[in-house]
Write a protein that binds this ligand. Structure first.
Ligand SMILES: *[C@@H]1O[C@H](CO)[C@@H](O)[C@H](O)[C@H]1NC(C)=O
Length: 206
């Protein structure tokens, strides 16, 4: 009598879990649609919690650090279309022009003043000094930047419409690789001295 009912209940419980989420199996390769799902018996609450969005270390060239909770760091967001990160900018800090090919971004400033902006496909620039409590959205794929525009450290939380939005920094794409200087010069209209200087600064060769 009871067995069929129990069976139905168990089946429903386990099958509904599988449709609720797809915690990333970080041992499996990541493709464009994300990671494969971890077996649901192995999923724990810690897959849905990320405790790393503390203040980051800004001792670097950009005087800035982005601490990411994307699916690679935060397996619970895999497949859910969202993720989060934290930005810390020391005085004079900058996140240079960059894009996230996979998703739009919302910045929520919680400390200091951040000059933020993006460039549309028509090369129109939308930028503004944001202070604590201000929010700005950067549409998917568009180049954008953040600069500490104040005299104190600044911080913000970033949310993304993708569990794995990706990141490409324009200056690194242009100057932090081994594309020969002659080609960089030709494709950027910069002179040789400028190209070599930027390659040196950002760690490129060639
Ligand atoms: C921050 O990073 C710098 C450079 O890597 C390092 O020397 C310094 O100890 C770090 N500071 C902290 C508080 O971890």
């Amino acid at each position: 009598m009871f067995l069929p009912i129990l069976f139905v209940l168990c089946f429903r419980l386990s099958s509904s879990d599988a449709l609720d989420f797809c915690v990333a199996d970080l041992k499996a390769p990541q493709g464009p649609i994300g990671y494969a799902c971890k077996t649901s018996e192995l999923v724990t609450v810690n897959d849905f919690v990320f405790s790393g969005l503390r203040e980051g270390n800004t001792s670097n060239l950009m005087k800035a650090v982005v601490t990411s909770a994307f699916s690679a760091q935060f397996p619970g967001v895999n497949g859910l279309g969202v993720s989060v990160a934290r930005l810390d900018l020391a005085v004079g800090g900058v996140v240079p022009m960059h894009t996230h090919p996979g998703g739009s971004e919302i910045i929520v400033v919680v400390r200091g003043t951040i000059m933020a902006g993006f460039v549309s496909s028509a090369n129109k620039v939308y930028y503004k000094a944001l202070r604590s409590g201000d929010v700005m959205v950067f549409p998917q794929g568009l180049l954008h930047f953040q600069i500490n525009a104040g005299k104190t450290p600044a911080s913000a939380y970033l949310s993304f419409g993708s569990p794995s939005p990706g990141l490409q920094v324009l200056d690194f794409a242009l100057f932090a690789n081994d594309l020969p200087s002659d080609i960089v010069k030709t494709t950027t209209f910069l002179d040789d001295v400028q190209v070599k200087k930027l390659k040196g600064l950002l760690g490129g060769t060639g």
